[in-house]
Ligand binder design. Structure first.
Ligand code: 8IG
Length: 275
Protein backbone atom coordinates (compact mmCIF):
# COMPACT_ATOMS: atom_id res chain seq x y z
CA UNK A 1 0.00 0.00 0.00
CA UNK A 2 2.96 2.34 -0.18
CA UNK A 3 2.76 5.04 -2.80
CA UNK A 4 6.10 5.65 -4.50
CA UNK A 5 5.02 9.16 -5.52
CA UNK A 6 4.45 10.17 -1.90
CA UNK A 7 7.18 12.34 -0.34
CA UNK A 8 7.22 10.37 2.90
CA UNK A 9 7.88 7.09 1.11
CA UNK A 10 11.07 8.41 -0.41
CA UNK A 11 14.44 8.29 1.22
CA UNK A 12 13.87 11.95 2.16
CA UNK A 13 14.40 13.07 5.73
CA UNK A 14 10.88 13.12 7.30
CA UNK A 15 11.80 16.25 9.27
CA UNK A 16 12.69 18.01 6.04
CA UNK A 17 9.29 16.97 4.61
CA UNK A 18 7.66 18.39 7.77
CA UNK A 19 9.50 21.70 7.33
CA UNK A 20 8.23 21.87 3.75
CA UNK A 21 4.69 21.17 5.00
CA UNK A 22 5.05 23.92 7.64
CA UNK A 23 6.12 26.34 4.90
CA UNK A 24 3.00 25.34 2.91
CA UNK A 25 0.86 26.08 5.96
CA UNK A 26 2.51 29.45 6.52
CA UNK A 27 1.94 30.38 2.87
CA UNK A 28 -1.67 29.12 2.70
CA UNK A 29 -2.82 30.53 6.06
CA UNK A 30 -0.71 33.69 6.15
CA UNK A 31 0.31 32.73 9.71
CA UNK A 32 4.06 32.27 9.99
CA UNK A 33 4.11 30.75 13.47
CA UNK A 34 1.72 28.58 15.47
CA UNK A 35 1.93 28.24 19.25
CA UNK A 36 -0.28 25.21 19.94
CA UNK A 37 -1.45 22.32 17.79
CA UNK A 38 -4.50 20.15 18.40
CA UNK A 39 -5.51 17.00 16.59
CA UNK A 40 -9.27 16.46 16.62
CA UNK A 41 -10.33 12.81 16.82
CA UNK A 42 -13.84 11.33 16.64
CA UNK A 43 -16.22 13.33 18.77
CA UNK A 44 -14.03 16.44 19.18
CA UNK A 45 -14.75 18.11 15.84
CA UNK A 46 -16.66 21.15 17.09
CA UNK A 47 -13.77 22.44 19.19
CA UNK A 48 -12.19 24.41 16.34
CA UNK A 49 -15.06 26.93 16.28
CA UNK A 50 -14.91 27.40 20.05
CA UNK A 51 -11.16 27.96 20.35
CA UNK A 52 -11.30 31.30 18.56
CA UNK A 53 -11.54 32.99 15.21
CA UNK A 54 -10.73 30.83 12.19
CA UNK A 55 -8.11 32.67 10.15
CA UNK A 56 -7.87 30.08 7.38
CA UNK A 57 -9.07 26.59 6.51
CA UNK A 58 -7.04 24.55 4.07
CA UNK A 59 -7.59 21.08 2.62
CA UNK A 60 -4.89 18.84 4.00
CA UNK A 61 -4.25 17.55 0.50
CA UNK A 62 -2.69 20.94 -0.38
CA UNK A 63 -0.02 20.45 2.25
CA UNK A 64 3.09 18.38 1.52
CA UNK A 65 2.95 14.84 2.84
CA UNK A 66 -0.70 14.67 3.95
CA UNK A 67 -2.99 11.86 2.78
CA UNK A 68 -6.68 11.82 2.02
CA UNK A 69 -8.79 10.84 5.06
CA UNK A 70 -9.81 7.17 5.28
CA UNK A 71 -13.04 7.72 7.21
CA UNK A 72 -16.04 10.00 6.72
CA UNK A 73 -15.91 11.01 10.39
CA UNK A 74 -12.47 12.56 9.91
CA UNK A 75 -12.47 15.90 8.13
CA UNK A 76 -9.37 16.36 6.05
CA UNK A 77 -8.67 19.99 6.81
CA UNK A 78 -6.10 22.05 8.64
CA UNK A 79 -7.23 25.26 10.27
CA UNK A 80 -5.42 28.19 11.73
CA UNK A 81 -7.39 29.60 14.65
CA UNK A 82 -6.55 32.76 16.61
CA UNK A 83 -7.40 32.71 20.33
CA UNK A 84 -8.88 35.79 22.02
CA UNK A 85 -5.48 36.46 23.63
CA UNK A 86 -3.70 36.39 20.29
CA UNK A 87 -2.17 32.95 20.11
CA UNK A 88 -2.30 30.86 16.97
CA UNK A 89 -3.63 27.31 17.16
CA UNK A 90 -3.14 24.82 14.35
CA UNK A 91 -6.21 22.58 14.32
CA UNK A 92 -5.49 19.28 12.61
CA UNK A 93 -8.58 17.49 11.34
CA UNK A 94 -6.65 15.12 9.12
CA UNK A 95 -5.31 12.12 10.95
CA UNK A 96 -3.63 9.21 9.20
CA UNK A 97 -4.14 6.01 11.15
CA UNK A 98 -1.54 3.31 11.46
CA UNK A 99 -4.01 0.70 10.18
CA UNK A 100 -4.21 2.51 6.83
CA UNK A 101 -0.89 0.88 6.06
CA UNK A 102 1.05 3.90 4.77
CA UNK A 103 3.74 3.54 7.40
CA UNK A 104 4.49 5.30 10.64
CA UNK A 105 6.20 8.26 8.98
CA UNK A 106 2.88 9.30 7.51
CA UNK A 107 1.08 8.62 10.80
CA UNK A 108 3.22 11.17 12.65
CA UNK A 109 3.72 13.64 9.80
CA UNK A 110 1.03 16.00 11.16
CA UNK A 111 2.74 16.09 14.55
CA UNK A 112 6.15 16.78 13.03
CA UNK A 113 4.58 19.44 10.82
CA UNK A 114 2.95 21.04 13.89
CA UNK A 115 6.35 21.20 15.58
CA UNK A 116 7.86 22.71 12.44
CA UNK A 117 5.22 25.48 12.49
CA UNK A 118 6.59 26.44 15.90
CA UNK A 119 4.03 24.73 18.15
CA UNK A 120 5.46 23.80 21.55
CA UNK A 121 2.27 22.19 22.87
CA UNK A 122 0.58 19.23 21.18
CA UNK A 123 -2.96 18.37 22.20
CA UNK A 124 -4.03 14.92 21.00
CA UNK A 125 -7.67 13.84 21.13
CA UNK A 126 -9.38 10.63 20.11
CA UNK A 127 -12.42 8.46 20.43
CA UNK A 128 -11.63 5.22 22.25
CA UNK A 129 -12.91 2.26 24.20
CA UNK A 130 -12.92 2.35 28.00
CA UNK A 131 -12.04 -0.38 30.52
CA UNK A 132 -12.36 1.38 33.86
CA UNK A 133 -15.25 0.51 36.12
CA UNK A 134 -17.75 3.32 36.25
CA UNK A 135 -16.85 4.94 32.93
CA UNK A 136 -19.75 5.49 30.56
CA UNK A 137 -19.93 6.22 26.82
CA UNK A 138 -19.79 9.95 26.14
CA UNK A 139 -17.33 10.60 28.96
CA UNK A 140 -14.08 12.47 28.25
CA UNK A 141 -10.98 11.34 30.16
CA UNK A 142 -7.41 12.61 30.41
CA UNK A 143 -4.61 10.39 29.21
CA UNK A 144 -2.09 9.93 32.03
CA UNK A 145 0.38 7.59 30.29
CA UNK A 146 0.42 5.07 27.47
CA UNK A 147 1.15 1.54 26.33
CA UNK A 148 2.33 1.34 22.74
CA UNK A 149 1.26 -2.12 21.58
CA UNK A 150 1.72 -1.46 17.87
CA UNK A 151 5.19 -3.04 17.83
CA UNK A 152 6.26 0.01 15.85
CA UNK A 153 7.68 3.45 16.59
CA UNK A 154 8.19 6.72 14.74
CA UNK A 155 11.77 6.85 15.99
CA UNK A 156 14.42 5.64 13.59
CA UNK A 157 17.90 4.56 14.55
CA UNK A 158 19.53 5.02 17.95
CA UNK A 159 17.07 7.66 19.12
CA UNK A 160 16.74 7.17 22.87
CA UNK A 161 13.97 9.48 24.02
CA UNK A 162 12.85 9.81 27.64
CA UNK A 163 9.16 8.93 28.05
CA UNK A 164 8.76 9.96 31.70
CA UNK A 165 5.91 12.46 32.08
CA UNK A 166 5.02 12.00 28.40
CA UNK A 167 1.55 13.43 29.07
CA UNK A 168 2.72 16.44 31.05
CA UNK A 169 1.43 16.54 34.63
CA UNK A 170 1.56 20.34 34.36
CA UNK A 171 -0.93 20.36 31.47
CA UNK A 172 -3.17 17.72 33.07
CA UNK A 173 -3.40 19.90 36.18
CA UNK A 174 -4.59 22.79 34.01
CA UNK A 175 -7.24 20.54 32.44
CA UNK A 176 -8.46 19.50 35.88
CA UNK A 177 -8.71 23.13 36.93
CA UNK A 178 -11.15 23.58 34.05
CA UNK A 179 -13.05 20.37 34.89
CA UNK A 180 -12.26 18.86 38.30
CA UNK A 181 -14.43 15.84 37.48
CA UNK A 182 -12.04 14.64 34.73
CA UNK A 183 -10.78 11.13 35.43
CA UNK A 184 -7.61 9.86 33.79
CA UNK A 185 -6.28 6.59 32.45
CA UNK A 186 -3.55 4.78 30.57
CA UNK A 187 -4.09 4.87 26.80
CA UNK A 188 -3.25 1.69 24.94
CA UNK A 189 -2.71 1.79 21.21
CA UNK A 190 -3.34 -1.39 19.24
CA UNK A 191 -2.90 -1.71 15.51
CA UNK A 192 -6.56 -2.33 14.67
CA UNK A 193 -8.58 -1.88 12.57
CA UNK A 194 -10.51 -4.71 14.20
CA UNK A 195 -11.68 -3.91 17.71
CA UNK A 196 -10.28 -6.10 20.47
CA UNK A 197 -11.48 -9.51 21.46
CA UNK A 198 -12.65 -9.77 25.08
CA UNK A 199 -9.41 -11.70 25.79
CA UNK A 200 -7.33 -8.86 24.38
CA UNK A 201 -9.23 -6.39 26.54
CA UNK A 202 -8.52 -8.54 29.61
CA UNK A 203 -4.85 -8.56 28.62
CA UNK A 204 -4.79 -4.77 28.32
CA UNK A 205 -6.42 -4.47 31.73
CA UNK A 206 -3.93 -6.90 33.26
CA UNK A 207 -0.94 -4.92 32.02
CA UNK A 208 -2.28 -1.59 33.21
CA UNK A 209 -4.29 -0.15 30.33
CA UNK A 210 -7.55 1.73 30.87
CA UNK A 211 -8.30 2.98 27.36
CA UNK A 212 -8.02 1.17 24.01
CA UNK A 213 -7.55 3.02 20.75
CA UNK A 214 -5.82 3.05 17.39
CA UNK A 215 -4.17 6.44 17.07
CA UNK A 216 -2.50 8.44 19.76
CA UNK A 217 0.52 6.62 21.20
CA UNK A 218 2.70 6.82 18.08
CA UNK A 219 1.82 10.51 17.68
CA UNK A 220 2.71 11.24 21.30
CA UNK A 221 6.13 9.63 20.86
CA UNK A 222 6.80 11.82 17.82
CA UNK A 223 5.61 14.91 19.70
CA UNK A 224 8.00 14.15 22.54
CA UNK A 225 10.83 13.59 20.10
CA UNK A 226 10.07 17.02 18.63
CA UNK A 227 10.35 18.53 22.11
CA UNK A 228 6.68 19.40 22.49
CA UNK A 229 4.68 19.18 25.70
CA UNK A 230 1.80 16.73 25.20
CA UNK A 231 -1.76 16.76 26.50
CA UNK A 232 -4.13 13.91 25.61
CA UNK A 233 -7.88 13.41 25.87
CA UNK A 234 -9.94 10.36 25.02
CA UNK A 235 -13.66 10.45 24.51
CA UNK A 236 -14.89 7.09 25.77
CA UNK A 237 -17.33 6.30 22.98
CA UNK A 238 -17.85 2.69 23.96
CA UNK A 239 -16.99 0.26 26.71
CA UNK A 240 -14.22 -2.07 25.51
CA UNK A 241 -15.25 -5.49 24.21
CA UNK A 242 -16.29 -7.85 26.98
CA UNK A 243 -16.71 -4.94 29.44
CA UNK A 244 -19.88 -4.08 27.61
CA UNK A 245 -22.50 -6.83 27.33
CA UNK A 246 -23.24 -5.88 23.71
CA UNK A 247 -21.02 -6.17 20.60
CA UNK A 248 -19.24 -3.02 19.38
CA UNK A 249 -20.53 -1.25 16.32
CA UNK A 250 -18.96 1.60 14.40
CA UNK A 251 -22.41 3.26 14.34
CA UNK A 252 -22.60 3.21 18.15
CA UNK A 253 -19.16 4.77 18.33
CA UNK A 254 -20.11 7.56 15.91
CA UNK A 255 -23.43 8.16 17.68
CA UNK A 256 -22.05 8.51 21.21
CA UNK A 257 -19.35 10.78 19.82
CA UNK A 258 -22.02 12.96 18.26
CA UNK A 259 -24.05 13.09 21.47
CA UNK A 260 -21.08 14.27 23.55
CA UNK A 261 -19.51 16.47 20.90
CA UNK A 262 -20.65 19.95 21.89
CA UNK A 263 -19.93 19.46 25.60
CA UNK A 264 -16.46 18.00 25.20
CA UNK A 265 -15.54 20.42 22.43
CA UNK A 266 -16.30 23.27 24.83
CA UNK A 267 -14.15 21.59 27.49
CA UNK A 268 -11.28 21.26 25.03
CA UNK A 269 -11.58 24.88 23.92
CA UNK A 270 -11.64 26.06 27.55
CA UNK A 271 -8.51 24.05 28.33
CA UNK A 272 -6.68 25.36 25.26
CA UNK A 273 -7.61 28.87 26.31
CA UNK A 274 -5.67 28.30 29.55
CA UNK A 275 -2.55 26.61 28.18
I1 8IG B 1 -14.02 5.08 18.92
O1 8IG B 1 -13.05 -0.15 21.63
C1 8IG B 1 -12.97 3.45 19.41
N1 8IG B 1 -11.74 3.26 18.96
N2 8IG B 1 -8.88 -0.31 19.78
N3 8IG B 1 -11.00 -0.24 20.71
C2 8IG B 1 -10.03 0.32 19.92
N4 8IG B 1 -10.18 1.48 19.31
C3 8IG B 1 -11.34 2.10 19.47
C4 8IG B 1 -12.39 1.59 20.25
C5 8IG B 1 -12.19 0.36 20.91
N5 8IG B 1 -13.40 2.45 20.21
Amino acid sequence: MTDPSHPLDLAADPFEVARTAAADIARLTGIAHHDIAVTLGSGWGQAADLIGETVATIPATEVTGFSKPALDGHVGTLRSVATPDGRHVLVIGARTHYYEGHGVRRVVHSVRTAAATGATTMVLTNGAGGLKRGWTPGQPVLISDQLNLTADTPLEGATFIDMTDLYAARLRAIAREVDPSLDEGVYTQLRGPQYETPAEVRMVGAIGGDIVGMSTALEAIAARQAGMEVLGFSLITNLAAGISPTPLSHEEVIESGRAAESRISQLLADVIGRL
